[in-house]
Design a protein around this ligand. Structure first.
Ligand code: CA
Length: 358
């Protein structure tokens, strides 16, 4: 009986050894990726979203997939992220689609558009209104998959040294406002300049520029503009700035299905989370500015200015659509979707807030 038991136990040990040996042979391959971000090291909110995504991937995959993050301080090419991911020097990137409008104009509408959708409206468009499909169409040409990468929420119209009471006050006004919004404002006589982030405070303080836009209280407070400019204008030009994750297509396709799901989920989570975080930081930081700098006045551009900006915006979009069928397709999709979703916004959030604020 004893020897029978011993044989049984020995057989068990051998079997267990075989199972372990097989497991060793079939050990799941590890994936060590690199991500290039446009932002500097320790950049708040934007950079935090990337860290959150990478942490989630590592934990959810139980260490099977790790993503190392390189900031612009390391790779030295903040606007070269797309090319580096395309060329597989980095397997992933985090940036903003509108930075590459000079390379491919069709990338512009996947960040935000002047007078465009709000963040909830735009997320609805991305995930359920055809936005992701259009973005894929644009980014397929560059061999990367593109995903929403975090929202700043409605950005402020900027810090101004003087009040803007009408169109005349914009003529010759020197303002830092990049991108498509800059094109719109230049049609209204604004002298648009782009100045590196590190020089903005001094430029505004010394009068090299009369106004600038950055983000909103979430990130403006670190820049200190509230210490030197008394007018803070409400937004029109970046109502829902969405950052962007990009992934090298070959690398993504080569991942096992469960890691594809983990990565996609982590990116989507980090994007929504950044929107909530931005909302929180804006609320907290604005309360602090208001308390410590009570002279700062919130202003909205007068109707004649807003009407003119809308008209110039429409003209520019029509010009660009006339020569670019895919740009027209994206613009038409956004316009059609805004038509539907805005009606819902009007009868839900807008009416609710109007009733509560008045
Ligand atoms: Ca901005």
């Amino acid at each position: 009986m004893k020897s029978h038991m011993l044989r049984f136990l020995l057989a068990g040990v051998v079997a267990l050894g075989l199972v372990m040996a097989t497991a060793t042979v079939r050990a799941a391959p590890k994936y060590q990726w690199k991500l290039a971000q446009t932002w500097p090291t320790n950049f708040p909110i934007f950079g935090d979203a990337v860290v959150k995504m990478a942490d989630l991937v590592e934990k959810m995959s139980q260490g099977q997939m790790k993503i190392r993050i390189d900031s612009k301080n390391k790779h030295k090419a903040p606007f070269g992220v797309l090319d580096m991911v395309k060329g597989d020097q980095y397997q992933m990137g985090h940036s903003a689609s509108y930075y590459w409008k000079g390379k491919d104009l069709n990338m512009l509408p996947f960040t935000t558009m002047p007078f465009g959708m709000t963040a909830p409206e735009q997320y609805a468009w991305f995930y359920y209104g055809g936005g992701m499909e259009l973005m894929k169409k644009v980014y397929d040409k560059h061999s990367v998959y593109a995903f929403p990468g975090g929202n700043t929420g409605n950005q402020m119209g900027g810090w101004f040294q003087r009040e803007i009471k009408g169109l005349d006050d914009l003529k010759g006004l020197k303002m830092r406002i990049p991108g498509f919004a800059g094109e719109v404002l230049s049609k209204l006589g604004v002298v648009v300049t782009n100045i590196p982030a590190g020089e903005l405070y001094t430029s505004l303080d010394r009068g090299t520029i009369d106004a600038l836009e950055w983000v909103g209280p979430s990130l403006d407070v670190n820049m200190g503009f509230h210490k030197i400019a008394p007018f803070y204008y409400t937004g029109w030009h970046e109502p829902a700035t969405e950052l962007l994750f990009i992934v090298n297509q070959k690398r993504f396709d080569a991942l096992p299905e469960h890691l594809q799901a983990i990565l996609t989920t982590a990116m989507e989570y980090a994007a929504y989370d950044m929107y909530a975080r931005s909302y929180h930081e804006s609320a907290v930081n604005w309360a602090a500015i208001k308390k410590d700098y009570p002279h700062i006045k919130i202003r909205t551009f007068p109707k004649e200015v807003m009407d003119q900006m809308k008209a110039e915006n429409q003209k520019l979009l029509a010009d660009k659509s006339a020569t670019n069928p895919l740009f027209k397709e994206i613009m038409d999709s956004q316009a059609a979707y805004t038509g539907k979703v805005r009606e819902w916004t009007r009868i839900s959030d807008y009416t609710y807030l109007k009733g509560n604020l008045e």
